[in-house]
Design a protein around this ligand. Sequence first.
Ligand code: NAD
Length: 353
Amino acid sequence: MHGFTYTANAARVVFGAGALRHLAREIDALGARRALVLCTPEQSEAAQRVATLLGERAAGIFARAVMHVPIETAREARDEARRLGADCAVAIGGGSTTGLGKAIALDSGLPIVAIPTTYAGSEMTPIYGLTEGGIKKTGRDARVLPRTVIYDPELSLSLPLDMTVTSGLNAIAHAAEGLYAHDGNPITALMAEDGIRAIAKALTMLVNDPQHLAARGDALYGAWLCGTVLGAVAMGLHHKICHTLGGSFNLPHADVHAVILPHALAYNAAHAPEAMVRIARALGSRDAAQGVFELAVAHGAPTSLRAIGMPPDGLDRAADLAATTPYPNPRPLERAALRALLQRAFDGTEPRH
Ligand code: NAD
């Protein structure tokens, strides 16, 4: 075995159907008394339920979380936290809501309790994003890592099936890139492989029965593992392309991940054979890229950038952006091959090695 360095991001995880009932206990364990509850407008009802559970420990609800954390929203939420004298934030929702909690924590050090309801994995990472003047900047800071995460599969029962599938593929993408990360290690590899396995298995059950609680539990367990990998090791080409497409062309986050992943894996396949074996094994497939593509097709996920709103005249710019900024990736970044990758993703054709 090669030598390695592994930094674990410490977070307390409370997992299980109905685990939300432990929220007040977890707030007490943090020594906090006044929680600001965060959510998107669409999840106000869930936030209200959380506030009711918290009783006098709830300082208020801020229900204006939106995708990519605009700096204006972050400022409003920070002001609201100060005005209410909040000493912790409870973020119930997906990556957008967790992201808003992180923006508050970055500024104030307020501890976050995250209650994820998608599979995006942000709750397990010290990575934050803030959008200012149309440009999303990301960074790492230990202060933004949620202190406690409550994974309650009952809360993801309401996640629409299309988002369930794309969000699951988003999680798989973290693990897949983690398996060929230059700073990967045997522990993150274990988590990555089991995370992919759990999510792929769960998605197959959820397409037939989105209310299958045990499958929701498996998916959330997988999301936890995949999110942990995302927080621990460096991501490569796939995340870079998704970040570029999401930020520059305002495409939906999880959909972009679903479309790009098979093509990014095909691009890297010959340069990361061990990772490909593990990804394929976790998917129960003979080939990693093809396995992800087939999973997306079989579960009704979008497979083409065209279908999710990518302008055809943006492909050259996207290829330039993907090829110029340096980032770690098993295969060197070749402009022509990246442009061809983007064309295949645009057209929705099968991945090509
Ligand atoms: P999201 O948080 O934007 O949620 C999408 C929509 O689904 C929202 O309207 C939300 O309220 C709704 N929703 C969420 N859970 C639901 C449920 N159980 N039932 C019904 N509706 C529900 O989507 P996301 O994909 O989870 O997060 C995307 C954002 O998170 C992006 O901005 C991305 O960059 C960020 N992200 C950050 C990290 C990180 O480590 N910093 C990791 C992953 C994603």
